[in-house]
Structures are given as C-alpha cells and as structure tokens.
Design a protein. Structure first.
Length: 229
C-alpha cells in the first residue's frame, strides 16, 4: 500500500469518507487519444454531475450484459487474462488485445507516470471499439481496464485461499478476508488521503463510486473458478 499520503484505516471512517469525499478528479483535456484522454472521459476520475453522466454510460453497458452469460463465457475462456477476454467477447469486441488492456490498467491512475506505450494502447483500444473517440467508447474501455486488475486479483486470491463451498461462498469470503482492492484515494479538506479497503463489506467500495459491476465481477470470477476446478 502506498504510504506517501495520509492513511485512514478505521473501517467506519473509511466508509464515511467513501460516501462523502470526492475523488481526485482529473481536468478535461484537449489532447490526443491516450491515457490522459481516457482518464478525462471515465467516471472513475470525475465528480458531481459529470460523474453521474459518465457513470450512466457505464451502467447502460452493464445492463446489456447477462451475468449468467458472462459466467459461462468465463468458465470456458482460456489463455491469459480470461476474465478480460470473456468481458470483451460479451461486449462484442472481438479484436481487443488483452495485453493492451493490461498495459492501460497498469498506468490508469493519475499518479502513475506518463507512458507512451500506454498512450498507444489506448489508441489501439479505441480503434478496436469502432474508432470513435467519445464518452461511449471510453466507457467500454474503462469496463475492461477496471476489471483487468481487480477481477484478476479476486480470482487469484480466491483460488489461493483455503475457502470452501460454492464459488459464490468462496468469493464472498475472499472479498472479506483478502479483497483485490487494497486501497483507494479521496480528497478530504483539500488533502489527498489513502483509504485502507481491507475491511469486510468494503471490497466493492461504497458511496457514489461504488463498483457498478459487482454482480458481473462475481459472475466472471465464479465462472473462472468453476472452469479451473
């Protein structure tokens, strides 16, 4: 966990901060398609009315996806990053490179340094999504990017745990005991703070930025667990 900013560990305070404090929003940019462009067009790094507008685009995409279908696709997916492959396939994105998604995910956060290769990967993902660099395309890319590390870590943590039971039970225990999201950041009184997310009930966040794809992530993880059993 990055300790370069103040750390909040109390679970009640973490939850309250998630609900009330804004994220560190990135400014709108007039820049070529790349990481900076993507950050400026996704709900993850926006607040207020703009966040609600962009989040609605993401939830509209999720509403078109059947968790049962995602689970089946994940159960039979193979190769690297099967969760990304299953999600891209369900979105109808047959030409997506999972390696490019992973590269973008590694540089997604605003505090990550600029990376020309990641910029090129964003441009390639825009092309794979139809070539139109707009908010709708950014919302589809952000689904893939935000699922990449989080759902992958959820599967890894679940498979490495000693939990038993149905895939849903294993996942629920993993989310409480070893969640994929270790920390996140918010702005409190003008200061960026780090929130320790390693508490039961906080695995998918809380407040305006809570994960909108919780059901879908669980379905994908369950399918992969079933497929590897």
């Amino acid at each position: 966990m990055n300790r370069t900013v103040p750390l909040i560990t109390d679970p009640d305070q973490v939850r309250a901060t998630l609900i009330s404090a804004p994220v560190l929003a990135v400014p709108a940019v007039d820049a070529p398609v790349g990481i900076a462009w993507l950050r400026a067009h996704v709900p993850r790094f926006s607040t207020g009315a703009e966040h609600r507008r962009l989040r609605a685009l993401v939830t509209a995409e999720l509403d078109q996806l059947s968790p049962a279908d995602l689970r089946e696709r994940a159960r039979t997916a193979d190769g690297p990053l099967p969760h990304v492959h299953a999600l891209a396939e369900a979105l109808g994105l047959q030409d997506i490179s999972v390696d490019q998604v992973a590269l973008v995910a590694a540089h997604y956060q605003p505090y990550e340094p600029d990376n020309p290769a990641a910029d090129e990967a964003v441009a390639a993902l825009v092309a794979a999504c139809g070539g139109v660099a707009d908010d709708a395309t950014a919302s589809r890319i952000c689904l893939l990017v935000q699922a990449c590390a989080a759902t992958g870590a959820l599967v890894d943590n679940a498979e490495q745990s000693n939990a038993t039971g149905t895939p849903e039970q294993i996942i629920a225990r993993t989310m409480d005991e070893n969640p994929p999201l270790r920390s996140t950041r918010r702005v409190v009184a003008g200061e960026v703070v780090e929130l320790d997310m390693r508490h039961p009930g906080l695995g998918f966040g809380a407040g305006p930025h809570a994960c909108p794809g919780r059901e879908h992530a669980i379905a994908i993880a369950a399918g992969i667990i079933e497929g590897s059993a």
